[in-house]
Design a protein around this ligand. Structure first.
Ligand code: FES
Length: 148
């Protein structure tokens, strides 16, 4: 696993590099660890509060530890109408966590997503950005079994 300092250093000369660095950090660790935010503040010469501000401004960035598998259920209108609520409840039941939480073993994080542009396959679920279409309550255990 790459070192967070090396990742940040790669973007240190770029304008707007802090956001690119955060993206790269999140790709590596699935979230932005607190020590990396402190390092980013130092490297990009902003206050720690500002560095946290950037990290928490974008909904796709997270400063909270996230699981190995990020499961997101699309909650926009077409998926909602197709039964996203039921699918969400099924994931919550199977995982034993609520939306926004991570399982204690660090394996799964469960989140909402906005329309991912594949409404013809409503309900759409993404697992680590890979989309799954026509997801129903009955398919939830199978999807999770693929990850386990
Ligand atoms: S509303 Fe879910 S993919 Fe568009």
């Amino acid at each position: 696993m790459a070192n967070y300092k090396d990742i940040i250093a790669k973007f240190s000369d770029k304008p707007g590099g802090i956001i690119e660095a955060y993206h790269a950090l999140q790709k590596e660790f699935n979230y932005i660890p607190p020590e990396a935010v402190e390092e980013a503040a130092r490297v990009f010469k902003v206050s720690e509060a500002q560095a946290y501000g950037v990290a928490t401004f974008y909904s796709y960035l997270s400063v909270k530890p996230r699981g190995k598998y990020i499961i997101r259920v699309c909650e926009s209108a077409p998926c909602h109408i197709a039964g996203a609520d039921e699918v969400i409840k099924a994931f919550e039941r199977e995982l034993g966590i609520k939306v926004g939480e991570t399982t204690p073993d660090g394996k799964f994080t469960f989140e909402f997503a906005e329309c991912v542009g594949q409404c013809e396959g409503s309900v759409v679920v993404t697992i680590n950005s890979r989309p799954y279409h026509d997801v129903t309550v009955a398919k939830v255990p199978t999807l999770l079994a693929e990850c386990r």
